[in-house]
Design a protein around this ligand. Structure first.
Ligand code: SF4
Length: 364
């Protein structure tokens, strides 16, 4: 069999291709699964034709529901160019909105996690990365209403150990709720002692850590396991500040500098702009950075947000308690405050941001 694995042309900036937040890890596991069956596999980003490769199956991944039009574009392209191939869509959007996805014209929609494929190691040789992805658990114990995890992965499962999986000096956890793994202490102990090619291993988590599960012992172990940039979630109102402060204190006491700690905040959501400004100022007082996330409903199928234009609900989702102007202003204030925290200034200097951008460009 010839299998074409497709990541649609999602609007990921070129410099973020292969970024740890966007690696199509499901496709990489599928590649290993098919190779084990002696199938011929090709991984492609976007829509392309191949004169010497006519696939029997085209497997397309999907991400956020509001990027569904990129998935539809790929389905159309591959159906037209390879009419004899079976086109199957899986991933987040396909799992959350299978009926909508089916209307793209694909032959099949795969919902949820494929247990047969899950046990395979991602085929990292198909991408150029200096890290590895690890899931120590699937699902989540909680049911936050803005999150689709518990719908896509309704069963919580966990691993006891990951030491035999380590094949890089940089491990990125793709767990939804890393600390919910009942074996997390053992796993962090493994990481603390892990070496690859004679060098120690660093780790990070793509998702925030669940601060309600944090203890002083776990915070210390995270630090000893060289876990970088911990992000804790502050999902609701200003009244949660005492709880958040305790979580930050645990991390600071474990040895993390405050500026390396991030507080994850969802905006354009229930707490209004003025409440979010209070949270923002509180984070400034604590000296921690903010990882912000603009809320979109789980079944939103488009997002044409443009930070440089005035827009309406027709172009992207605006929560009834927010306005377009407030959304853009909040984003800007977060960015400026993070720059100030990183550089240790008490006011924002535009030149610093320009210098940072220049340095980032030079590095590319
Ligand atoms: S804790 Fe995180 S992963 Fe779990 S349901 Fe809430 S937002 Fe989703």
């Amino acid at each position: 069999m010839k299998i074409l694995l497709v990541e649609p042309n999602f609007p990921i900036p070129p410099k973020s291709k292969n970024h740890r937040d966007f690696l199509p890890v499901g496709l990489l596991k599928l590649a290993s699964y098919h190779r084990a069956k002696r199938d011929e596999v090709k991984l492609i980003r976007g829509n392309q034709q191949f004169p010497d490769f006519y696939p029997n199956q085209v497997k397309i991944t999907s991400l956020f529901t509001y990027w569904s039009n990129y998935v539809w574009g790929s389905v159309k392209f591959y159906k037209e160019n390879y009419p004899k191939a079976k086109v199957i869509v899986g991933g987040i959007y396909a799992s959350l909105m299978p009926e909508h996805c089916k209307q793209s014209g694909c032959d099949d929609v795969f919902v949820g996690v494929d247990e047969r494929v899950e046990k395979f190691k991602p085929a990292y040789d198909l991408v150029d990365v200096d890290y590895q992805i690890v899931h120590t658990s699937r699902g989540c114990l909680r049911k936050c209403k803005f999150c689709g995890t518990w719908k896509i992965e309704p069963k919580f499962t966990s691993k006891k150990s990951i030491k035999d999986e380590i094949c890089s000096n940089r491990v990125i956890f793709y767990d939804n709720n890393l600390l919910a793994n009942p074996h997390i202490t053992d796993i962090l102990e493994e990481l603390k002692n892990a070496k690859h090619n004679g060098r120690v291993v660093y780790s990070e988590s793509q998702c925030g850590i669940d601060g309600r599960l944090l203890t002083p012992e776990l915070a210390k172990l995270l630090k000893q396991a060289r876990f970088l940039n911990p992000r804790i979630a502050w999902d609701h109102g200003y009244e949660q500040r005492y709880m958040i402060k305790k979580q930050i204190d645990m991390l600071v006491n474990a040895g993390y500098p405050a500026k390396d700690i991030y507080v994850f905040m969802i905006y354009n959501y229930e707490p209004d702009y003025y409440e979010m400004l209070k949270k923002l100022k509180q984070c400034k007082r604590w000296g921690v950075q903010i990882a912000d996330c603009r809320y979109r409903p789980l079944k939103q199928t488009f997002d044409n947000y443009n930070p440089r234009k005035r827009q309406t609900n027709k172009e992207y989702y605006i929560h009834p308690r927010w306005t377009d102007r407030q959304i853009k202003l909040f984003r800007k204030k977060v960015r400026q405050q993070n720059i100030m925290i990183r550089h240790g200034f008490d006011h924002y200097i535009h030149e610093l941001e320009r210098q940072g951008a220049r340095r980032r460009e030079e590095k590319l």
